[in-house]
Design a protein around this ligand. Structure first.
Ligand code: GLC
Length: 419
């Protein structure tokens, strides 16, 4: 299919998933990830939607992010989900659990507007994509908010000051049920995985997301490799955006902070023996020595990653027994015992345990190009487009035969049109 036809189809899907909401007298427009399951606005989904919108309609791309910025907390945090449609918020689901306030759950009439959590901080890259497509004026609006956001992450999400930020629930990682977060005793029954994921959130909720208490009482916080790779890359984008505005102080801070994240990833998360990066778990920051998942590959995104380290990651990525399946990139290495082709495990939805997703394909294709691996990047782009041309813009795909799995008509799959 010609590239512009695919892009036009991507636009149709994002338009079909567009919703409007009024907040403080102003109308916001955004695309929900999918009509069948995800009917709110999600942070990193909207950042990816904005990257695609920027190719089609720059003003619409700005709108996609305005809805997120409208809900920025005084601390600078931007929520991971905004509950624009209040009729869909349920007391029995995760909506109250993941939101601020302990008592609201029990008080009639009180409703959360957004969660108390974060997602991989890819918004600086989205703003840069908008600026590069002619949306320079948006920077006046966005730059102060970005500065507050990234300073929040550096100040409040890095209690030990090593440069790496922590997530306090695995749903902050964006890679929800990756085996990288499996409980350390190794149980993988869906019910146990579900419970193990919720327990840290219950602790966070009990202390009302007060980060000082969270870091004291929630033992399952993680310095996550994917989150920190996206963060380090975002800081470089932020530095470039600050330079455009002549803000030397912000440029310097973002450059130095990004550099520290990369140094810490190399020093603390890199397992030289395996040639892979692993998360640091809990207050003792034990480096995981477990499942080989897509998370381990994401430092490839960083152009300053030393060449020999990048080469080791590319070896894993390009290995057909690990990630380079017929439809790459598998979210868990094929030779891992936890690998599954589907996003359901024993009948329950447990995503990110093998199927391929277009947002990680997009991030890794950028990484491959940054490290001169254009042949692999082109191959990944071709196979990504083939996936959506055959199976539609789907949430996930079986990495062995390309069958679409998970939600249909899914927003970030449109990245295939710009990969
Ligand atoms: C799932 C994904 C997460 C995404 C959300 C909405 O929870 O794991 O990354 O943001 O769905 O699409």
């Amino acid at each position: 299919m010609p590239a512009d036809t695919l892009l036009a189809r991507a636009g149709e899907l994002l338009a079909e998933n567009t919703r409007e909401a009024v907040f403080n007298g102003r109308v916001y427009r955004f695309s929900i990830p999918a009509q069948e399951r995800y009917r709110f606005q999600w942070f990193w989904d909207s950042c990816f939607h904005a990257i695609v919108w920027a190719r089609l309609d720059v003003e619409r791309a700005c709108d996609e992010l305005r809805g997120l910025l409208a809900l920025q907390a005084p601390s600078g945090r931007i929520p991971h989900v905004v509950f624009w449609d209040e009729t869909l918020v349920s007391r029995t689901g995760w909506h109250y659990l993941e939101s601020p306030g302990r008592l609201g759950w029990f008080l009639p009439g009180s409703q959360p507007r957004a969660t108390a959590m974060i997602q991989p901080p890819v918004i600086a890259q989205a703003v840069e994509a908008i600026v590069e497509r002619g949306g320079e004026a948006f920077l006046d609006e966005a730059l102060p908010a970005l500065e507050r956001y990234y300073r929040y992450l550096a100040r409040e999400r890095d209690p030990d000051g090593d440069g790496l930020i922590s997530i306090i629930a695995q749903f902050e990682s964006g890679i929800d049920f990756s085996p990288a977060y499996d409980p350390k005793w190794g149980a993988t029954a869906p019910a146990i995985l579900g419970l193990a994921a919720r327990v840290p959130e219950i602790v966070d909720k009990l202390v009302d997301w007060n980060l000082e208490l969270v870091f004291r009482f929630n033992p399952r916080h993680v310095e996550d490799v994917l989150v920190n790779s996206v963060y380090a890359d975002a800081l470089q984008a932020l530095a470039r955006l600050a330079a455009r505005r002549g803000d030397a102080q912000l440029e310097e801070w973002a450059t130095a902070t990004g550099r520290r994240v990369l140094d810490a990833l190399l020093e603390r998360c890199y397992d030289e023996r395996r040639g892979l990066f692993f998360n640091l778990n809990g207050a003792k920051e034990r480096r995981a020595d477990g499942a080989n998942t897509i998370i381990s590959l994401l430092p490839l995104l960083l152009s300053d990653l030393p060449t020999d380290v990048a080469a080791r990651l590319v070896e894993h990525l390009a290995d057909p027994n690990e990630f380079w399946t017929p439809f790459p990139v598998a979210s868990v290495a094929l030779d891992e015992p936890t690998f599954r082709r589907d996003s359901r495990v024993d009948g329950s939805r447990r995503i990110w345990r093998g199927p391929c997703s277009l947002n990680t394909n997009w991030l890794l294709s950028l990484g491959l190009r940054r490290h001169g691996e254009n042949v692999l990047a082109d191959d990944l782009a071709t196979r990504s487009r083939e996936l959506v041309e055959r199976g539609g813009f789907n949430e996930f795909f079986d990495p062995l035969d390309g069958t679409p799995v998970g939600a249909h008509r899914f927003g970030w799959a449109t990245l295939a049109a710009v990969i």
